[in-house]
Design a protein around this ligand. Structure first.
Ligand code: ATP
Ligand code: MG
Length: 217
């Protein structure tokens, strides 16, 4: 199977910016690549994404949230990710199971064992070989996310951005704990730096990972 790489981090940490840049770079190198995201990545999961991220759904129960993420993931993996990996494509995914652990575990306080089991069920055992964690102070990330929302005049996906600061701090800390406990897989990127600097950090990590991963196909 081809390498499965995930991009993680708090709101506004630069995941989507970097995944796009890296996918373009891989395509210029004539590598087969699939860029996708969670929640979403296929029509059924995109409909669930709309429910999950819509700011008007503030009344959503944490368990509803967890189950919707799992439902969207199951569909996305079977319909999009697994076939692409089997076709030898490098799959780059914007958020994945670590996000569920950080947001629904550390953020919402749901049981970690239960989340692990659900992640396992939904992912069908499709686990990333490498994860980039974009880490930065929450105020900077949220500031960037709000500026982006104002520039694009699009607030249709802002439910999480509207959470309290301590919620976002728990998520940042939760992600860092995941990285400490799985340092072979999860590599931390200092996302507070300039766009060019972050791009270089990402290229360094991926360029040393990919030849070995692709060589073993
Ligand atoms: N290193 C950087 N320095 C300054 N601004 C940046 C940097 N990286 C990205 N940005 C800008 O910050 C905003 C948020 O970036 P991006 O959308 O990539 O974050 P994200 O992690 O995907 O956020 P979300 O979790 O909300 O999807 C964008 O407007 C982007 O252009
Ligand atoms: Mg994004």
């Amino acid at each position: 199977m081809a390498p499965f790489i995930t991009f993680e981090g708090i709101e506004g940490s630069g995941k989507t910016t970097q995944i796009r840049l890296f996918a373009e770079r891989l395509k210029r190198q004539n590598r087969q690549v699939l860029q996708t995201r969670e929640p979403g990545g296929c029509p059924i999961a995109d409909q669930i994404r709309g429910i999950l991220l819509h700011p008007e759904n503030a009344a959503m129960d944490s368990r509803t949230e967890l189950l919707l993420y799992a439902a969207a993931r199951a569909q996305h993996i079977e319909q999009i990710v697994r076939p692409a990996l089997q076709q030898g494509k490098v799959v780059l995914c914007d958020r994945y199971t670590d996000a569920t652990m950080a947001y629904q575990g550390d953020g919402r306080g749901l049981d970690r064992k239960l989340i692990q089991q659900l992640n396992h069920l939904a992912s069908g055992g499709c686990t990333p070989k490498l994860t980039l964690l974009f880490d930065l102070p929450i105020e900077i990330g949220l500031g960037r996310a709000r500026q982006r929302e104002a520039e694009l005049q699009d607030s249709s996906e802002g439910r999480f951005e509207r959470e309290q600061l301590d919620f976002h701090q728990r998520i940042r800390d939760g992600y860092l704990t995941l990285a400490r406990n799985d340092s072979d897989r999860i590599k931390i990127v200092d996302a507070s730096r300039s766009l060019d600097d972050v791009t270089l950090q990402v290229a360094d990590i991926l360029d040393s990972f990919l030849p070995a991963a692709i060589g073993s196909l």
